[in-house]
Every structure is written in C-alpha cells, then in structure tokens.
Design a protein around this ligand. Structure first.
Ligand code: PCA
Length: 327
C-alpha cells in the first residue's frame, strides 16, 4: 500500500470512528401492534427525534412486543438493555396503586379529565420511575373502555360466568365484581383467545377492537365509558445522561409534541374506530339502565378496594385532582 493511500484510509477510519462515538442509536420496545395509534405516534416521535437531532440520535422502534414481551419492557429499560420503552401504565399496579388510578371508574370520564389526572399524577409517577433510574417522557390515554360481547348485553345476569379478556389486574377485579370470569390477555393474543374459546368477551377500547378486527369474534360493543387508561413512554436515565445537552433538549421537545399529538390521535381514532366497528357489522350502543347500575356497583366496589390499597401519598394526589376537577 503506498503512503498516500494508507494515510487517507487512516483518516477515513478516524472520521467514521468519531461519527459513531457521537451519534447514539437507541432501541425502543413497545407492546402494541402497528395498527394501534399509539404505535403510529411512537414511530412519528422517532422520526421527529432523528430529524431534530440531525441524526445524532436514532431510535429503532420494535413494536408489538416483537423484541421484548410487554411484561419485560420496563425491567429491560431499567437494566438499560433497551434504552427506551412504552407500556400500558396500569400493568405496574403491583408496584404502587397510583399506577392504576387511571383504571378506576368515576375518577376521569372524559379526555379533559383524563389529561388533568395525568398532570396531577405525573410528579409522583415520575418520582417512582426516577427511584428505579428511569424517566417518563410522555403519556397518552386510550379511548374509554367498553365491553365486547357476542350477544346483546341487556341483563346483568349475562355477566355470570362470562369469560372476559382484560388488559390489566384492575379490569380483572372489575369483571370478578360483575360475576364474570376474567383472563388477562395481551393485545397480540386476543385473536387466539377468542378462536380457541378461552374467552367469550373482552374489555378494551373502540381503538383496540378496531385494530384487532373484533367483528371476527363478537357482534356487540357496549360503549360503557368505564375509564381512559394510559400508555407511558419512558427512558433509561443513564442513556439519557449520555446524550449531549442539545440532543437531550431535542428529545424532550419531540416528546412534548408526541404527547400533544397522541391525545388528539386518541380522540380521532375513537371516532374513526366506532365507525369502523359499525361498518363491519358490530352493533354499538350505550348500556341500558340495568347494565349501567351493575357497572356502577362493580365500579364502586373497585374504587373502595383501591382506597384500601392506596398509599397516603396517592390518596392525597387523588384528592387534589378531585378538588381541581371541581367536586
Ligand atoms: N387497549 C389496550 C389497553 C387499553 C386499550 O384500550 C388493550 O386492550 O390491551
């Protein structure tokens, strides 16, 4: 090799080395599939970050639990084997009851209230994440939860023994209170749960019903406006600290935009999904009086049980939120 060529090769490799050292590449694990608006939002967020940082930070999104199963996403981000993740927040309820406050009936029954609840609980939730070396970036609500059945739901007796798919523990307790038989099932396992006869019904949103083509398994959606639970996106603090300040700022700014966009996407997707369900033959209706009363009773019991479990700090946060909400 002549002298000139070897010098330019050396230079070239030095340049690419410094480029790799400066630019960060992150792995992001999410639990929901590509048909979910949360996943579209995450992907847009990753694109925004790449653009705003001029490629200094690339986030590679692995959706639908394809890289890490839902239950392993938080531990993986905590360890730092994955830098950033998204989860259904209330799945952390066994760690602290504050994580399931958004899956309680009567606490927040509209997008505005759900957003206010997020603002009120964000400091305590951020503190709990910080204690484990992680930082929340943003959270977005799902549309209100309702009940999918393969019959017209018009009598509370129909809940007796009904095998209902639920996305978290609190929803399972709710089904129990109604006299049904709950099973916790990931979104990706919904089709198999129905086709193998493991469940007859499910509690989830218009959006998930639409994304999972609920019309293949059920005929009715009772739009019960139970609660608006959230997904949360969070980062490993050490990975964040390794970024230079400009990149950190760009990431936080993109996260703020993702949060704002996500709440609007949720509202829009709710409308679009309710239409899609009906276009595909699902009967959508509100609960009749008897069903509404049964849901109320099961919900009151759920709330009373939560109060038993809640820490003083969580109770205080909830009371402050309720005062701000105006009752
Ligand atoms: N969809 C997710 C969580 C709540 C929702 O609407 C699910 O059912 O798994």
């Amino acid at each position: 090799m002549n002298k000139f060529l070897s010098r330019s090769l050396l230079l070239a490799s030095a340049c690419s080395l410094s480029a790799t050292a400066a630019a960060a590449e992150w792995t992001m694990a999410t639990p929901y599939g590509d048909a979910s608006f949360h996943t579209s939002n995450v992907k847009q967020f990753a694109e925004d970050v790449a653009e705003a940082t001029g490629g200094e930070l690339t986030i590679n999104v692995h959706s639908g639990g394809s890289l890490v199963a839902h239950g392993e996403i938080k531990p993986s981000v905590r360890r730092g084997t994955v830098e950033i993740g998204e989860i259904f927040l209330s799945t952390l309820s066994n760690e602290d009851p504050i994580f399931e406050v958004d899956t309680l009936p009567g606490v927040a029954g509209s997008y505005d209230e759900a957003y206010q609840l997020w603002q009120s609980t964000k400091p305590i939730i951020s503190e709990l994440f910080a204690n484990q070396g992680m930082m929340p970036l943003y959270a977005v609500a799902w549309p209100a939860q309702g009940i999918y059945t393969d019959f017209e739901l018009n009598d509370p007796e129909q809940f007796k023994g009904l095998r209902v798919r639920a996305p978290n523990i609190n929803t399972q307790r709710f089904v129990d209170n109604l006299g049904g038989s709950p099973t916790e099932t990931e979104e990706s396992d919904i089709p198999t749960a129905f086709s193998t006869g493991r469940v007859d019904a499910m509690i989830t949103s218009s959006s998930t019903g639409n994304a999972m083509t609920a019309w293949d398994y059920v005929s009715h959606y009772t739009d019960a406006n139970l609660w608006l639970p959230k997904n949360i996106v969070f980062v490993n603090q050490r990975a964040f600290d390794r970024l230079d300040e400009a990149t950190q700022d760009a990431l936080l700014e993109a996260a703020a935009r993702a949060e704002e966009r996500g709440w609007q996407m949720s509202r829009d997707d709710n409308q679009a999904s309710l239409e899609a369900l009906q276009e595909n033959g699902i009967t959508v209706s509100e609960p009749n009086e008897d069903i509404a009363a049964a849901l109320q009773e099961a919900g009151d019991q759920l709330f009373a049980d939560w109060q038993e479990r809640a820490t003083e700090q969580s109770m205080q946060v909830l009371e402050e939120y309720q005062q701000q909400r105006g009752n």
